[in-house]
Structures are given as C-alpha cells and as structure tokens.
Design a binder for this molecule. Sequence first.
Ligand SMILES: Nc1nc2c(ncn2[C@@H]2O[C@H](COP(=O)(O)OP(=O)(O)OP(=O)(O)O)[C@@H](O)[C@H]2O)c(=O)[nH]1
Ligand SMILES: [Mg+2]
Ligand SMILES: [Zn+2]
Length: 371
Amino acid sequence: MENEKMGWNKYWQDKAAEFKINNSIPGRVISQGKKNYLISVGGQDILAELSGKMLYQIRCQGKRQSAYPVTGDWVMLRQGEHGSLQIIEAVLPRTNYLARKMKISGGRKLVQFQGSEILTGGITDAQLLAVNIDLIIYFIGLDQRFSRNRIERFFTQVSSVGAELLIILNKIDKCPQYETVLDELNVIRPEVAVIAVSALKGIGTEQLQYYLKDGKTAVLMGASGSGKSTLVNRLLEVDQQETEQVREKDGKGRHKTSSRELFLLPGGGMLIDTPGLRELQLWADSEDIQETFSDIVELEHKCLFRNCNHGSEPGCAIKAALENGSLDLARYDNYLKMTREIDHLNLRKKQKAHQRAQSSREKNKLKQEIL
Ligand SMILES: Nc1nc2c(ncn2[C@@H]2O[C@H](COP(=O)(O)OP(=O)(O)OP(=O)(O)O)[C@@H](O)[C@H]2O)c(=O)[nH]1
Ligand SMILES: [Mg+2]
Ligand SMILES: [Zn+2]
C-alpha cells in the first residue's frame, strides 16, 4: 500500500518479477549521495548501496553512466551482510527519463561547425536528471528575465520524454502583470497549460491539486531562484527544502538546491525538486526539434525546391514568411542554432561509437593473441 503511494503498480510488479532475484524487495530512490542512496521501502526510508556486481559492470565493463540509479528509479534490494546497508541489486527498466548532455568539466571551447561557432567539450554521454516521470513542471520566476530561447530549448529537450507538461508562472504577488508573458508562451507552445501562482504566499497553489495525482511523479525544472523549492515547502506544509534569499539590489540569488530529491506530498502525488540548471546542453535529436518548430518545418516543405537553402532561391517559403513577418527572425535563428547543435552532437555520438567499436576490436585481437 505504501509503495503504491510512491507509484508502484502492475508495470513495476511485472518488471520486478522478471528479475527473479531471491528474497529481494522493491524500493524507490528518493535521493542520491556520493556512495549511498536513500530509498523508500514500504513507507520507510532506508540507506542502501550498490552491489559489487553493479559497480564492477559500470566501472570495469564499460556499462554506461546511466546504469547508476538516480532519483525516481525503482530498484531491487537485498539485505546486506549482518549489520551492513541494504544492497541495490538491480535498477528496474525506466518508463522514461529526462537527460541532458553531461556537464562540461574543465575546458569548454568554441569550435567552427557548418560555418558557425558552437560550444563543445566534456564527455559525450547523457546525464539523467530525473526518471519515471508523469509530469514536467517548468517554473518561470516573473521577477526574472524572460527568455524565449531558453523556453524553446527546454521544450525541445523534453518533447520526447512522454510526460505531461505544465508551466508555472511564479511570484504573482511581486509581479501581478503577466499578460505579455502569457502572450509569448502562447506563441511558443499554445497547447501547454499555464498556471500563475505565488509559492511564497500560497496564492493559486490549489490549482496544482488537479495536476498532482496519487502515485504520479512530477519533476520541477526551471532557472535557479524561480521558486521551485519554495513550492515544495508550501505543498509539504513544512520548510524542508532550503530556499535562497534573493539579494534585493539585483534580484540575484545563488543556487540553493544542490541535488535532486523526491518528496511524497501529504495531498497525494510526488515532486522531484531539482537544482536550477546553469546550462542545458541539448541531448536530443532532430525529431525533437521538428516537434518544437513544426511551423518552420511545414514552411520548409512549401519551398519550391526540395533542397532549398532558404537563401536566394525563387519560391522560398521561409524567406517569404520572414519578409511578411509571419515567421519571427529570432525564432528562426534559434531553430537554426539548435539544428546545428544537434547535428554536431550526432557527429560526436558517431565518433564515439566508432571509437568504442575500434577499441573492442583491438581488445578482441589482443585476447586472441594471448590465447
Ligand atoms: N515574492 C515572492 N518570492 C518568492 C516566491 N517564491 C519564491 N520566492 C523567493 O525566491 C527565492 C528563490 O526561491 P527558491 O525556492 O530557493 O528557488 P529555486 O527555484 O528552488 O532555486 P534553486 O534551488 O537555486 O534552483 C527565495 O528567496 C524565495 O523566498 C513568490 O511566490 N513570491
Ligand atoms: Mg531549490
Ligand atoms: Zn526555402
């Protein structure tokens, strides 16, 4: 019963049965530390660690980073040796995930690609931000700079996740005039629901009850300082998540939340609070872009020539739309920029796959020589 509140259902039951691990029990990852995981098991929170086998597979057998459990995962647990922590034996197959390209550590550089500069560096792999999610809530702090590009980028990122979307405009107590923001959102994604609240004062937050349902998991995304943790505290009815005092002078605060954590709400449903992302490097493919910019794709199909470069060719629908104002130039530029970024990512993925194949060929060769 307690597991059901955390989202346990027939799907998970079937998946767990497939694992056939003797005496193991399921639990849901609430948060992750450096070595341990906090797991909810039948209504109780316990600490657990990864089995040696899983660690070995990830560290030594080239299993992907995404094989590590993350907040929101359902895992199978086994009681460890006398007095030790419970052991995570397996991660049940995720229903979906939200990912970004791995954070860039160390040097990042601008490189030329298809005639433009794009930012690259770091490892080409996905970092999972949240998994097994039903609803993605995007926070916009009305006291912060509104960036259309940022929102478009976000929607591109999440379009293939397969979760419901909701936008929250927060801090209406501070900024009661938000019609222009609504208009902008209406242009970007008219079909996504928007609600306006004050998380701090508790205005409008009752509208959320409709979206937060028993056993369903929502993840809070959005810029640092937009008020995600304040909403968590409001819905938990206690100040559990630390929030940041924004400096009055310039409206800036520091990042407050530093890890992802899942909360069971007293009114039903769960929220995963996340740290505001400084950078969201795309981990997406061309289909995601085409969904976000379907109007542009449609226009492209209307060009007279199939391979139109939208330059000086006659009968170019893109050029015509830019000229008569029905297509916004900034939006078109953003589309081109994101398309380039994804082309580049695909190239890197291919390079990596090639390197992998090569190194496994070399390993095999070596093995044969030894044998
Ligand atoms: N006036 C007003 N201030 C708010 C509201 N919601 C949040 N704040 C303030 O905004 C600041 C940032 O809130 P947080 O909840 O820490 O923001 P966050 O999105 O969790 O930030 P990160 O954890 O850094 O990603 C705090 O000082 C909050 O008190 C609101 O509805 N009205
Ligand atoms: Mg926070
Ligand atoms: Zn054209």
